[in-house]
Design a protein around this ligand. Structure first.
Ligand code: PGA
Length: 254
């Protein structure tokens, strides 16, 4: 049985003290509820937050990674560094990285392969912009992203890939003021599932993939997203910075 998962993407919102403080609060207040919870702090504080989460019911994730193992790559962090810090998940291809740092699907593809090789689970973000949606290109864009990112990727054994459908326009800080409905997310996830069915045999699809949703989720709406057949949780930005709201989100999808 696939578990529901909530992945907190803190982005660059918290400094060291705030990150450690929030990690302590969550690690003390989140029990083994059947929902997997993962915190993704800024890379600078990954060790400190990892230390707080050791032995607790809350996992550690990173917000990005580089695809090489070692070498002259100024400013980057290797998958093995994340592994040593205790990361079990890593977000890749977030739309903010695509927008501000020109991250491409080809780069995300290399990151996914590098993460799987050290048994870190990639959380792959895909989703269309508002302009693309308004031109009726939502499905085309998501399909293209998915096929490029998964090119040559073959998860085996306990390797798992999480696909987070995150329409760019539905992210709370996107400025569009719009939210996706659970029905829209479900429709897109059905399409994602059928493309995955094209790329992988049924057992891999069942055992090595989980689909989630991201974009303006909160305690009030997350339950409606997760009620949909193929949505096993959420990638959460803004609401993961609010103590009570995030705890209520866990309750809502237990
Ligand atoms: P949001 O962010 O929950 O604040 O919309 C989600 C994300 O960007 O991952």
């Amino acid at each position: 049985m696939k578990k529901n998962i909530l992945i907190a993407n803190w982005k660059m919102n918290l400094d060291l003290d705030e990150s450690v403080g929030l990690a302590k609060y969550f690690s003390e207040n989140i029990k083994d509820s059947g929902v997997e919870v993962v915190l993704c702090p800024s890379l600078n504080f990954i060790d400190e937050v990892g230390e707080v989460l050791k032995g607790k019911h809350v996992g550690l994730g990173a917000q990005d990674v580089f695809w090489e193992g070692k070498g002259a790559y100024t400013g980057e962090a290797a998958p093995e560094f994340l592994k040593k810090a205790g990361c079990s998940y890593c977000i890749v291809g977030h739309s903010e990285r695509r927008k501000y740092l020109n991250e491409t699907d080809e780069m995300v593809n290399k990151k996914v392969k590098a993460l799987l090789s050290v048994m870190i689970k990639p959380v792959i973000c895909i989703g269309e912009s508002l302009e693309q949606r308004e031109k009726g290109l939502g499905y085309v864009i998501v399909e293209e992203q998915l096929r490029l990112i998964l090119d040559g990727v073959k998860p085996v054994g306990a390797q798992e890939i999480i696909i987070a459908y995150e329409p760019v326009w539905a992210i709370s800080t996107s400025g569009s003021g719009r939210k996706a409905t659970p029905e829209l997310a479900e429709e897109m996830n059905n399409m994602i599932r059928s493309i995955l069915g094209d790329l992988y045999p049924a057992d891999i699809l069942e055992n090595n993939f989980r689909l989630i949703y991201g974009g303006s989720t909160d305690a009030e709406n997350v339950g409606d997203f997760v009620k949909k057949d193929d949505i096993f949780g959420a990638l959460v930005g803004g609401a993961s910075l609010k103590k009570n709201e995030f705890l209520e989100m866990i309750e809502a999808i237990k």
